[in-house]
Design a protein around this ligand. Sequence first.
Ligand SMILES: CC(C)(COP(=O)(O)OP(=O)(O)OC[C@H]1O[C@@H](n2cnc3c(N)ncnc32)[C@H](O)[C@@H]1OP(=O)(O)O)[C@@H](O)C(=O)NCCC(=O)NCCS
Length: 183
Amino acid sequence: MLIGTPPIELPDPPLISGSLSLREWSENDVDSLVKACADPLTARYTSVPIPYTPEDARRFVAFGRSPNALPLAVVSNDDEASVLGAVGLHAVSLSRRRSEIGYWTAPWARRSGVASEALELMSAWALGPLGLERLDLYAEPENLLSQRVAERAGFRKGALVRAGIALRGRRYDVVRFTKLREP
Ligand SMILES: CC(C)(COP(=O)(O)OP(=O)(O)OC[C@H]1O[C@@H](n2cnc3c(N)ncnc32)[C@H](O)[C@@H]1OP(=O)(O)O)[C@@H](O)C(=O)NCCC(=O)NCCS
């Protein structure tokens, strides 16, 4: 945390698309987080702790926004309490106008466009009102679903970054996908 720097402000108005919206995580989401993060795909391709305990979820919710991170819950427009997934900015540099972005969809909400819609919504805001010029996301070469999500949300496939991410003590090659602010 950068001392004295305020956390990134929440989107105002809140981000809403056809069937979902993005909001801050709350204590009420602990059960959903524990259930979603117990999923083997989420555990494999993201940095969530294994096993994922209610204490991990509480810590995640309490940490919340910071000057260089904005984690948001993806929820249903019909029921704000119904968690569909996660989308978040991390390694944000407002001064350099760039950030990384990541996402997962809860197993019970997959294959209905949630990740693509949430990524599109968050990236349009980050490259618009938030003022960033470049967003990067990293997907493992075998994670073709995530790559489809990235391309569907307008990210362009770039270089293979050797040993580009570290997950639980092991480094993995990743493909970089980038979306730039439109001139
Ligand atoms: C990758 C992931 C985020 C996709 O989430 P999702 O909400 O199911 O994705 P969407 O519904 O937006 O799907 C996007 C595309 O993949 C297709 N798709 C999604 N899941 C699929 C599946 N299991 N089998 C075949 N196609 C699938 C969709 O039909 C859509 O394809 P289209 O462009 O041809 O229409 C989800 O599987 C997940 O959470 N994985 C674990 C965490 C992870 O990998 N995060 C990303 C790290 S880089």
